[in-house]
Design a protein around this ligand. Sequence first.
Ligand code: SAH
Ligand code: SF4
Length: 355
Amino acid sequence: MKDLIGLSKEELSEEMASIGEKPFRAKQLWQWIYFHGVTDFAKMSNLSKPLRDKLQQNYFISRPKIVTEQLSSDGTHKWLLEFADGERIETVYIPEEDRGAVCISTQVGCAVGCKFCHTGSQKITRNLTAGEIVAQFMVARDAYGEWPSPTNETRYLSNIVVMGMGEPLHNKDNVFKALKILSDGDGIAISKRRITLSTSGIVPHIEDVAKELGVKLAISLHAPTNEKRSNIMPINTRYPIEDVLSACQKYQAIMGMSRMITFEYLMLKDFNDTPEDAKLLIALMKKYNLGAKFNLIPFNPWPGCNFEPSSNNKVHAFSKILEQAGYEAPIRVARGQDILAACGQLKSKNTTATK
Ligand code: SAH
Ligand code: SF4
């Protein structure tokens, strides 16, 4: 028995050929799975009974097990999901006024080990498969009954942010495959302009995001100098700021300057939050001539982490300096804090993290 979720269109065609069916059956199946969200072959009304039986005998269309589900007072919705081998990850839905983003995970744990991140304190267990990545979005769609895929823009689940657990560019093949499935116009159909991939800066694959995928890019920068960045993000010793920003130039050369790159910047008290730090950031952006905007992120604490969030005053002053230099620099509103659903708080195990 084989799970059909996560197969590319080509692979689905090959599967149909392997059971003696014509390629157009793959198209029909694709629509049932990704446009209608059907998990039961019996409901695929344009397929003959013998074919439905044959599919039932060879395949299944799965969803991960929902271990727990929590709803925040601000509407943020978090699922702890368990896959066939018992590994767990979290997925979050963040509603906004007329739309909303699903924040998906790409790995169980993370090998990058950023000091401020709960996921990073959990080491890496394994990569998620393309099917496991796609299925997270499908669980959220199930919950909001948003099947068949809405064709208008006013959908609850309008955006995808690859900002959950894991470093997506350490699992590039599966993540790219999953995002191609999620953006396919015959199925779930989330536009590539509404998908953002966030990376800690895995330099050899940044350009590939433009070349092979064409989704939006966010870089977790978090510090204006290599010395500071290496202090909180060990990956910086391998891929320093200059290399990350050069790779961003290549991304923008392909995608166009108007496709802004978002630089995520965590505001850590007494570490990276002075006006001097903001000015260094501006100098960096100017030097590399990037179409850039910032996203200032208040630090979300978790048990065992020693960092503290910067004061509101400092964050606002920081934002103002960047904006005066012509860069958008909104301060992210932390969502779902009462259920520990905010960035950097996601986890796989129900344990208290140790440093
Ligand atoms: N690994 C990728 C994507 C997942 S992390 C990356 O690092 O970009 C998504 C975002 O959450 C990153 O910008 C990350 O720096 C941020 N983050 C991690 N820990 C955080 C915390 N404790 N508080 C706020 N944001 C955090
Ligand atoms: Fe990994 Fe991103 Fe967390 Fe760093 S911030 S440890 S790269 S998930």
